[in-house]
Design a protein around this ligand. Structure first.
Ligand SMILES: Cc1cc2nc3c(=O)[nH]c(=O)nc-3n(C[C@H](O)[C@H](O)[C@H](O)COP(=O)(O)OP(=O)(O)OC[C@H]3O[C@@H](n4cnc5c(N)ncnc54)[C@H](O)[C@@H]3O)c2cc1C
Length: 279
């Protein structure tokens, strides 16, 4: 029978992850509960982070925003600091599932879940966020762009837990757009999603694209869009994403459908961000 451990400090949680047989961090539990019910998750020991103080805080640290791992997805959607500092991230978190899931799911659990269809990683990729982790061996920081390793596999070691997500300030002249397209119902997982950030440094214009649900992992692509007009930038974006789009066929659509939807989704996001930057 599985045991639920409820440490009251981070050090205690790290020690439990190092000592116990087959341990698993318990965040909001929305993914864990479903996987348990489906009979595809087996863990002997769950380490619940709910009683550890300080893990539900959002704050500014110099030129970056820091969110604790137990901050709810709903709070990332509604918190004024997140909406003002990283509106693109707030927009992606707002698109996760439905209010019931968003109220319970945590920032740490969302990214650690490692599912290729997750919405928030698309924005975190273009914003160049960092994942802070801890274990009995110490702490380390992983760029989000190196976090998703393979299908359902992240860069987290088995004894590590996420302690924060850090999002740096976007450059002064930049515009972002998150677009999600679902094929079953409005608040279902995406069939294709994209976050786009266009950054204008004066001499150069860069387009950054985070792709969700169209490859075995969330993918990141960027290209130089200096001097392009609003049709050329869409054409360049569609060309740039082509090698990164490797859809997994499922009930939400086959390969060709998802490839096409990826192009439509990216076109909408690029057009939107490009227009906002020049508005
Ligand atoms: C009906 C439904 C629809 C959904 N639709 C969407 C959608 O449209 N878009 C989307 O993006 N997501 C969607 N999701 C997924 C949802 O975002 C995840 O279930 C949720 O974010 C997981 O967060 P959690 O805190 O509940 O994680 P948990 O269920 O607690 O954990 C998930 C995984 O993360 C690990 N973990 C948790 N916290 C930490 C931590 N601090 N450090 C290290 N590892 C940790 C756990 O060990 C586990 O492996 C949906 C989920 C459901 C149930």
């Amino acid at each position: 029978m599985a045991h639920l451990h409820r440490p009251e400090t981070l050090a205690e949680a790290c020690a439990l992850l190092a000592e116990l047989d087959d341990p698993m961090v318990y965040g909001g539990g929305t993914a864990i509960q479903i996987l348990l019910k489906q009979g595809i998750l087996f863990a002997d020991n769950f380490v619940d982070l709910a009683l550890i103080p300080g893990l539900r805080e959002i704050g500014r640290n110099g030129s970056e925003l820091r969110a604790g791992p137990m901050v709810s997805v709903r709070r990332m959607e509604t918190d004024r600091q997140v909406r003002e500092f990283a509106p693109l991230a707030a927009s992606a978190y707002r698109n996760v599932a439905n209010p019931r899931v968003r109220n319970t799911a945590s920032v740490g659990g969302n990214i650690a879940h490692g599912d290729y269809r997750l919405d928030p990683p698309t924005a975190l990729l273009v914003l160049d966020a960092t994942v802070d982790v801890a274990s009995v061996r110490g702490t380390r920081s992983i760029p989000v762009r190196e976090f998703f390793v393979d299908f359902q596999l992240t860069a987290l070691e088995l004894d590590e837990l996420i302690t924060a997500i850090r999002i740096p300030a976007v450059p002064p002249r930049a515009a972002g757009r998150f677009v999600k397209n679902s094929s079953l119902s409005a608040n279902d997982w995406p069939c294709a999603s994209a976050a786009v950030l266009v950054v204008d440094s004066g001499a150069k214009r860069e387009v950054r694209i985070g792709l969700g649900a169209v490859a075995p992992v969330p993918r990141y692509v960027s290209f130089d869009a200096t001097g392009l007009n609003d049709q050329e930038v869409v054409d360049a974006a569609i060309e740039a994403i082509a090698p990164a789009v490797e859809p997994i066929p499922d009930v939400r659509g086959g390969v060709e459908y998802k490839e096409r939807l990826a192009r439509v989704t990216v076109e909408d996001a690029v057009r939107g961000a490009w227009k906002d930057l020049d508005a």
